[in-house]
Design a protein around this ligand. Structure first.
Ligand code: PLP
Length: 430
């Protein structure tokens, strides 16, 4: 089951990495723990292809977990950041670039009036929750099981308020006090949300959700779910936060809000917005966003926020997407084609699976009827997924190394690549 084509160098580097980096990686999923074996160490990427330290080429179906929507080393992005690097890489002071970035975002995203730049999706979500709490004066918030909003304390809670009562760290490092204020509901379950609101009257500041979930595979919202969430939030004075770190600028120029026609009060961004550099952002209407310092009292800051190099990569990427909306149509078509071809191959070989797709996000789940929430995602057959992962990897196709992650397509992926991938899938037999 282990991979054949990568060899000496990645294994050696992984051993060396573990001597000086916890688990050898700077973010856990990279360690290949859920598929077993040794992670691959990369050194270059162009268009739809990744190149590892041994010189092997892989078709990339992750796109750095989303950001590289135009493909790797896009010539316009490379040119823009090369120019910027010769001017300055950081001031810690205002720049014209930040205004241009904010103006472009406002042009693309519905309802965005003020936007604050940060350095990661985690920072964006963490700041949005603080803002919602500061603005409403309420402490609790609702999140959905299986949705990921970065690694800030309040989002890592699973057990909810039960354990929190005893001030126990149910997630090591997260206090019971923090856990107490995080309420969780199953994705796509509006009754559960209503129940939490009823049980915590006047206490809920915000509901945060991935409008199309991408951290338990791809799990789209069921028809009416987000609309009902919007109504509940309006009814009870709750701030609705769309975590569009994955979906923003990926599903449409205006992200999930545009694509699904539901408006959030606050929106968080990351991934695509940085064009491959570390960028995040959160924004909303002028009223709520005016509670952020230095206008308002909700403190939020960052030494490298709005960094000129990062702004340049992000601005160039967003400009291309803004000027070429046909990219979204092409991405949609390629993703459907890829889904159809892989599904056909798996079916022919007798595999039992279900597949979810939304825009350029896609996932396959073995031995489960349907996946509309985390509970269903967690009963999929992970052993078969592992086999599929290595079957594809051995043929130079880099899938997300976890059954709980979505594929993210880049528009650099060609029809020939899709054909190659489907041929590889067709030899995946029992
Ligand atoms: C990736 C992700 C985050 C966290 O972003 P980082 O840049 O990794 O901190 C938050 N929310 C969603 C939906 C994500 O996919």
């Amino acid at each position: 089951m282990m991979t054949k084509i990568y060899s000496k160098t990645s294994s050696k580097l992984f051993e060396r990495a573990q001597e000086s980096i916890p688990g050898g990686v700077n973010s856990p999923v990279r360690a290949f723990k859920s598929v077993g074996g040794t992670p691959i160490f990369f050194k270059e990427a162009h268009g739809a292809y990744l190149y590892d330290e041994d010189g092997n080429r892989y078709i990339d179906l992750i796109a750095s977990w989303g950001p590289m929507i135009l493909g790797h080393s896009h010539p316009d992005v490379v040119e823009a950041i090369t120019k910027q690097v010769n001017k300055a890489t950081s001031f810690g002071a205002p720049t014209r670039l930040e205004i241009e970035m904010a103006e472009l975002m406002k042009e693309m995203v519905p309802g965005l009036e003020l936007v604050r730049m940060v350095n990661s999706g985690t920072e964006a979500c963490m700041s949005a929750i603080r803002l919602a709490r500061g603005y409403t004066g309420k402490n609790k918030f609702i999140k959905f099981t299986g949705c990921y909003h970065g690694h800030a304390d309040p989002f890592l809670v699973k057990a909810g308020s039960g354990l929190a009562t005893f001030d126990i760290q149910s997630v090591p490092g997260v206090t019971g006090g923090t856990a107490h204020d995080t309420l969780t509901a199953p994705f796509n379950d509006i009754q559960a949300v209503q129940q939490l609101i009823d049980q915590n009257p006047g206490e809920i500041a915000a509901v945060i959700i991935e409008p199309v979930a991408g951290n338990m595979g791809c799990v789209p919202p069921q028809p009416g779910f987000l609309e009902k969430l919007r109504i509940l939030c309006d009814l009870y004075g709750i701030i609705l936060i769309f975590d569009e770190v994955m979906t923003g600028f990926r599903l449409a120029r205006g992200g999930a809000q545009e694509r699904l026609g539901v408006k959030a009060d606050l929106v968080t961004f990351g991934k695509v917005i940085g064009g491959g550099l570390p960028v995040g952002a959160f924004g909303g209407n002028r009223d709520i966003m005016s509670a952020v310092a230095p206008v308002g009292k909700v403190y939020q800051a960052g030494t490298l926020s709005g960094n000129p190099l990062a702004m340049t990569a992000g601005y160039t990427t967003l400009s291309i997407l803004n000027q070429h909306p046909e990219i979204y149509l092409e991405l949609d078509q390629k993703t459907k084609l890829l889904r159809d071809k892989i599904a056909q191959a798996l079916e022919q070989n007798g595999w039992n699976f279900t597949t979810n797709l939304f825009g350029s996000m896609l996932s396959f789940h073995f031995d489960v009827e349907q996946v509309t929430n985390f509970e269903q995602a967690s009963i999929q057959n992970q052993e078969t997924f592992k086999k599929f992962f290595y079957h594809m990897l051995n043929q130079g196709i880099y899938l997300p190394p976890s059954a709980f992650e979505s594929y993210f397509l880049s528009n650099a992926l060609s029809l020939e690549d899709i054909e190659y991938i489907s041929e590889a899938a067709s030899t995946f037999t029992m």
